[in-house]
Design a protein around this ligand. Structure first.
Ligand SMILES: [Zn+2]
Length: 347
C-alpha cells in the first residue's frame, strides 16, 4: 500500500499572533515553562506571574532525569524555545505525564513536530519518549522576532529530505536497505515534494513572509510526523547530511547551529552523490546561510577530519546505509569541496 500524507497523523498546529499571552487562560496553572536563559527575559511578561521557568542547560538524559525530582508541583508544561527547549519539554511531559503546549520561538529545527525527544546518552543522540502536544502554536509575532539565521536555518531540516532520499536510493540500488526499511517510492515522493515546495518559494522563505513560514512549517511537520508515521523510519527524511554534522560535532565537541551545520552536510552530501549540487548550493547561498567552517567557528581541517572518518563513524554508530559507506573520500575531493564552497561566497 502506498503511503498517503493524509494517513500520517500530524500534530495540531495553530497559526496566529499574540498567542503566548493567551497561555494564562487555557494552560493549567502551576505550569513549567521549559525555555532557555536568553529567551526567558524576552517572554516572561507574556506569561502568568506564577509560571515557573526551567532553563535548559543541557539535553543530557542523566541531567534531565536528575531535574525531574525538583518538578513535583508542576501541573502542565509549556515548551518555549528551539530544539533543545522543545526536546526537554517533551521529555518532562513524557516522564511526568503532563499536558504539553509547544511554542517554538523559531523555525530552526523540526523537533517540535516529532513525538520523541532528542537527548544525549553519554554524548550520543538518542530519540526517546512519547509526547503529543495539545497543540503547537506558531505565534507569528514570536517567529518574526527570532534571529534570521535561526529561522532560515530551518531549511536544513527540509533539504535533508533530498539527500536522505538519495541515500535511500543508493542503498536500494546496492541491495543494502535495512530489512525493516525497504525503499518506498511513495514515502520518498512526499518528502521530495515538500522539499521542492520550499525550493520553489525561496524568496518567500528568505523574507519570512507568512506564506513562507507556512511552507516551512508544512515541511517541518512532515519531517517530525512521518518518522513515526512510517514506523520509526528515518530513511525518507535524513541521511548523509546529518551524519556529516554528527561526525563534525563528535570530532570538535563544539556546539553548532543545527541548520547551518546540516546545510554544510547537505552540500557535501550532494557532492558525494554527484547530484543537484549547483541547485542546492545556489539555494543555500541565496538564502544567506553561511556554511563556511569559519562561520561555525571551526576550520576546514575539522571538516576534512570529519569527512575522512565519516565511513568509520557511520559504521560505528550503526547509522543507515548510504553514500558514506561507499564513497572514497580522497584529498582531491576535499580540496575541490572546499574551493567550491568558498568560491560560492566570494562571488
Ligand atoms: Zn535535523
Amino acid at each position: 500500500m502506498p503511503f498517503k500524507e493524509s494517513d500520517i497523523a500530524q500534530f495540531s498546529t495553530v497559526f496566529g499572533r499574540s498567542l503566548l499571552p493567551e497561555v494564562e487562560n487555557f494552560v493549567r496553572p502551576k505550569m513549567l515553562v521549559v525555555t532557555m536563559e536568553d529567551l526567558w527575559p524576552l517572554f516572561r511578561d507574556h506569561l502568568p506571574a506564577d509560571a515557573m521557568p526551567y532553563m535548559v542547560r543541557s539535553t543530557d538524559r542523566a541531567t534531565l532525569e536528575a531535574d525531574l525530582a525538583t518538578l513535583t508541583s508542576v501541573a502542565s508544561i509549556v515548551g518555549l524555545g528551539g530544539g533543545q527547549a522543545s526536546d526537554a519539554a517533551k521529555y518532562f511531559a513524557w516522564r511526568l505525564n503532563l499536558p504539553l503546549f509547544q511554542f517554538p520561538t523559531s523555525l530552526s529545527v523540526d523537533a517540535v513536530f516529532g513525538h520523541r525527544a532528542a537527548v544525549r546518552d553519554e554524548g550520543v543522540v538518542r530519540y526517546v519518549g512519547w509526547a503529543v502536544p495539545e497543540t503547537v502554536y506558531i505565534d507569528l509575532d514570536i517567529i518574526e522576532s527570532a534571529p534570521r539565521v535561526l529561522n532560515i536555518g530551518g531549511v536544513g531540516d527540509v533539504f535533508c529530505f533530498i539527500t536522505g532520499v538519495m541515500d535511500w536510493r543508493h542503498a536500494e540500488a546496492r541491495g543494502k536497505c535495512e530489512p525493516r526499511w525497504p525503499y518506498d517510492e511513495s514515502l520518498a515522493a512526499i518528502s521530495l515534494a515538500k522539499a521542492e515546495a520550499v525550493l520553489a518559494e525561496l524568496d518567500e522563505i528568505k523574507t519570512l513572509s507568512p506564506r513562507g513560514i507556512r511552507i516551512m512549517v508544512d515541511a517541518l511537520k512532515w519531517g517530525g510526523a512521518s518518522y513515526h508515521g512510517a514506523g520509526w523510519n528515518p530513511r525518507h527524511i535524513e541521511g548523509v547530511e546529518h551524519y556529516i554534522f554528527y561526525a563534525l560535532e563528535a570530532g570538535t565537541m563544539k556546539a553548532f547551529l543545527h541548520g547551518q551545520a546540516v546545510c554544510l552536510g547537505l552540500i557535501l552530501g550532494a557532492m558525494m552523490h554527484g547530484q543537484r549540487l549547483d541547485e542546492l548550493l545556489g539555494a543555500v547561498t541565496h538564502l544567506g546561510i553561511d556554511i563556511r567552517p569559519a562561520a561555525m567557528d571551526v576550520a576546514w581541517s575539522d571538516v576534512f577530519d570529519a569527512m575522512r572518518g565519516l565511513k568509520a563513524f557511520v559504521e560505528r554508530e550503526g547509522l543507515a546505509y548510504g553514500i558514506a559507506n561507499d564513497f572514497d573520500v580522497t584529498e582531491g575531493f576535499l580540496v575541490t569541496a572546499r574551493d567550491r564552497i568558498e568560491s560560492a561566497y566570494s562571488a
